[in-house]
Design a protein around this ligand. Structure first.
Ligand code: GDP
Ligand code: IMO
Ligand code: MG
Length: 424
């Protein structure tokens, strides 16, 4: 069975944890978009590991991870992550494969990301990792791919790109130029170390499927950060929804058996952009502290709010989710009352879908439904029946609002604090 797992809110839903749990039943794990803007946390055997580019299931022995063509790769970040995995006893040489078609992030991408953010009106609040500018080069057909980096034509491609970026840095931002020679030496060093991992992605997966290997595709970010289906322009620059797995890994849609969306039992978002159910300060502090809502990549405090069923329903729709995994239920353990947003109001108008216009969504006021909290701990539960009645009611209500079943519930950050529900 081939499965896609995607974020169904604004990222940080707990995809890393869910992937880690589901990886037991998979052979090949694949990242298909985004880059090291992602931070996917796994806590196994009492130790925390944050994945940025490598698929989150690789702490399980014997798994193979592919970084697909749709990912943008900062070689320094990837090598650092490989080193951390190696230190955990993983045979990285065998376990990590990289598509030759994935694009490479260079320091000029990062500089442009930061410069654009500091000069544009209406900043996005990016992670500053050079993700957007690298995808710009990809779309402009001037990007450098992993295959290029490891090939003979690299010096010439780099020379052209550095010259162009230096013109841009000078003319637009009055910034000093970057040194071609230094970049060439640095990236040649990376190429040497990455070359043994490079494969033809689509072929690698085709052969795996022919051998009946089970594939698990790991989305980064979330549907509301998707370049098309998110709250544009407050989005990332890639296709974070399930469709992205096909283009971003080179597999046909017919090869996908199931799609699972991951949602938190409430909502968070990092960076700028509309967020209808965002808490006011007292609840914000309470949930942020209890849920440890600080970015796994940048350490920024995450904005927190109530569960937004309009947002999650939109994500279920565009991803074609067969089911959802609900994480961080335990964070709501001591709430007296819990609210769920079931629609929006703009003046006298009611909306039941996420509007394309970010300014309109910014204006929208949430329409809430209130449910009683359970005021007891859920962290030890190992099945749905062990959850307090009010927690069961809350989850049942989410299922009804989303129109799909819940397949997995997580009640703590550790690997053991999760259980599957129903026949999944
Ligand atoms: P991802 O980007 O979707 O993989 O999510 P992150 O790793 O960025 O953020 C999720 C955070 O919540 C991490 O710190 C996880 O360790 C933590 N986490 C995941 N599931 C649960 C859960 O059920 N309960 C609690 N309290 N923490 C969780
Ligand atoms: P994971 O995979 C949460 C957000 C940034 C910013 C916007 C654009 O861990 O869920 P970018 O650097 O991608 O150009 O920033 O997207 N963002 C994320 N928010 N989780 C992520 O990844 C994110 N990756 C990017 O905060 O608002
Ligand atoms: Mg994250």
């Amino acid at each position: 069975m081939n499965l896609i797992v995607v974020g169904a809110q604004w990222g940080d839903e707990g995809k890393g944890k869910v992937i880690d749990v589901l990886s037991e039943d998979a052979d090949i794990l694949i990242r298909y978009q985004g880059g090291h803007n992602a931070g996917h946390t796994v806590i196994a055997d009492g130790e925390e590991f944050v994945f940025h580019l490598i698929p989150s299931g690789l702490l399980h022995p014997g798994k193979v991870g592919l970084i697909g063509n749709g990912v943008v790769i900062d070689p320094a970040a990837l090598l650092e992550e490989m080193g951390r995995l190696e230190a955990r006893g993983i045979d990285v040489k065998r376990a990590v494969k990289i598509s030759d078609q994935a694009h490479v992030i260079f320091p000029y991408h990062k500089r442009l990301d930061l410069l654009e953010e500091s000069t544009r009106a209406g900043r996005i609040g990016t992670t500053g990792r050079g993700i957007g500018p690298c995808y710009v080069d990809k779309a402009a057909r001037s990007g450098i791919r992993i295959g290029d980096l490891c090939g003979d034509g690299f010096p010439e491609l780099l020379r052209r790109n550095v010259a162009e970026k230096n013109r841009l840095l000078r003319a637009l931002y009055s910034e000093p130029p970057m040194s071609y020679e230094e970049l060439l030496a640095q990236y040649r060093g990376y190429a040497k170390r990455l070359a043994p991992h490079v494969v033809h992605g689509p072929r690698f997966l085709r052969e795996a499927m022919a051998q009946k290997k089970r594939l698990l595709f790991e989305g980064a970010q979330g549907a509301l950060l998707d370049i098309d289906h998110g709250t544009y322009p407050y989005v990332t620059s890639s296709s974070a929804t399930a469709g992205g797995a096909c283009t971003g890994a080179g597999i046909p849609p017919t090869a996908i058996d199931r799609v699972i969306g991951v949602v938190k039992a409430y909502t968070t978002r990092v960076g700028e952009g509309p967020f209808p159910t965002e808490f006011s300060s007292e609840l914000m502090e309470r949930i942020r502290t209890k849920g440890k809502e600080f970015g796994a990549t940048t350490g920024r405090p995450r904005r927190c709010g109530w569960f937004d069923a309009v947002v999650a329903r939109h994500a279920v729709d565009v991803n074609g989710c067969d089911a959802v995994a609900v994480t961080k239920l335990d964070v709501l353990d001591d709430m007296e009352t819990i609210q769920i947003c079931v629609g929006y109001r703009d003046g006298s108008r009611t909306l039941d879908d996420v509007p394309a216009d970010a300014a309109l969504l910014e204006r929208c006021r949430p329409v809430y439904e209130s449910l009683p909290g359970w005021r007891s701990e859920t962290g030890e539960a190992s099945g749905f029946d062990e959850l307090p009645a009010a927690a069961q009611r809350y989850l049942k209500r989410l299922e009804a609002l989303l129109g799909v079943p819940i397949c997995l519930i997580s009640t703590g950050s550790k690997r053991e604090q999760a259980f599957k529900v129903g026949c999944w």
